[in-house]
Design a protein around this ligand. Structure first.
Ligand SMILES: NC(=O)c1ccc[n+]([C@@H]2O[C@H](COP(=O)([O-])OP(=O)(O)OC[C@H]3O[C@@H](n4cnc5c(N)ncnc54)[C@H](O)[C@@H]3O)[C@@H](O)[C@H]2O)c1
Length: 313
């Protein structure tokens, strides 16, 4: 297949890029390197450096690419930043996505895989793990932007027959994660410990997230190349992990060099979340394989830490 990955130089997109190339697909990356890194680009991927908010760039890439599928991962992903600059978040996430959809319609690209958020789109549901039919209750400009994209994709699919698979990811973590994103806490704690600074737990630390390893997310994106048309799927393990558990798992990977956590003021965010991904299991045959502690060890190792408990060098 000929595949365009937007955001393919980023954390999740670059892993998807590697998998698609391994599967023998022809991959082009569209990225503006705002958070993505050139070193993550696969030497077998073609690169277009550009911005999804630039309609001309998007149209040119899609017109000339003859793509069978667009895997759309480029976005402004920082939830806290989205409160400070909702206009920019809307511009990148919503207008950027509309530019892509419009070009797909005009140049007849049959399918899009879209990365939405299961961690933020449902708000704080009463019963966990939450399924896809739960009412949407986004509590941040970031989550509102993702919900809006989902609705545009479904609407334009109804009108123009574009096929789609929408993934609502839980908190994705793993190697190459930047310490600034929606779910960067594993990377943040790892970076702080490497710098000799204590990890900070904001508020009580009792709030929970559903952590899914990036390799499992990549598997979902590989399955959606041939399955899952018209589907919206939660991608998570359905397990609640609180901030203390994250601190403990990262500390364990650092061995006796870990530092006591510090505490900071509570920040407004979803209190508890875990996703029911049974639909992805049934429709796609998706089965997450990596449990949290193993995934944390992989992540910490990727920062150059000797996971036996010694720093490199
Ligand atoms: N990380 C998570 O836990 C998580 C959870 C839910 C959803 N998502 C979604 O998955 C996608 C990828 O997230 P990530 O964690 O890999 O983030 P990331 O910041 O590592 O990757 C985003 C990539 O998009 C690029 N990009 C950003 N704005 C762009 C623009 N205007 N034009 C072109 N390229 C642009 C960046 O340079 C980067 O390479 C995002 O859409 C995000 O909302 C992530």
């Amino acid at each position: 297949m000929r595949i365009l990955i937007t955001g393919g130089a980023g954390f999740i997109g670059s892993h998807i890029q590697d998998k698609y190339i391994e599967l023998g697909h022809d991959v082009t990356i569209l990225d503006n390197f705002s958070t993505g890194k050139r070193e993550y680009l696969n030497q077998d991927a073609a690169l277009v450096e550009g911005d999804i908010t630039d309609e001309n760039v998007v149209r040119r890439v899609i017109e000339t690419g003859n793509f069978d599928l667009i895997n759309h991962h480029a976005a402004q992903i920082n939830v806290r930043y989205s409160f400070d600059d909702p206009v920019n978040v809307c511009h990148v996430n919503v207008i950027g996505t509309l530019n892509i959809l419009k070009a797909m319609i005009d140049f007849k690209v049959p399918k899009i895989i879209f990365s939405s958020t299961g961690g933020a789109i449902y708000g704080s549901p009463g019963n966990l793990p939450v399924g896809e039919t739960h009412p949407l209750n986004p509590e941040s400009p970031y989550a509102i932007s993702k919900m809006t994209c989902e609705k545009y994709i479904r609407n334009l699919s109804d009108l123009y027959g574009i096929r789609y698979t929408i993934f609502r990811y839980a908190n994705v973590y793993g190697p190459r994660q930047i310490a600034k994103g929606e779910a960067g806490v594993v990377a943040i704690y790892t970076e702080r410990l490497l710098d000799g600074r204590p990890p900070i737990i904001f508020g009580t630390g009792d709030n929970t997230r559903d952590y899914v390893f990036v390799g499992d997310v990549v598997d979902a994106n590989a399955l959606a190349l041939t399955k899952g048309d018209g589907g919206i799927y939660n991608i998570g393990r359905g397990v609640e992990t609180n901030v203390h558990d994250v601190y403990n798992a990262v500390s364990k990977a650092f061995g006796d060099r870990a530092l006591e956590a510090g505490f900071g003021e509570e920040v407004p965010e979803v209190e508890r979340i875990a996703l029911d991904a049974s639909l992805a299991r049934t429709d796609l045959g998706w089965d997450p394989k990596v449990d949290f502690e193993d995934g944390v060890i992989e992540t910490v190792k990727s920062f150059g830490v000797n996971v036996e408990g010694r720093f490199p060098g």
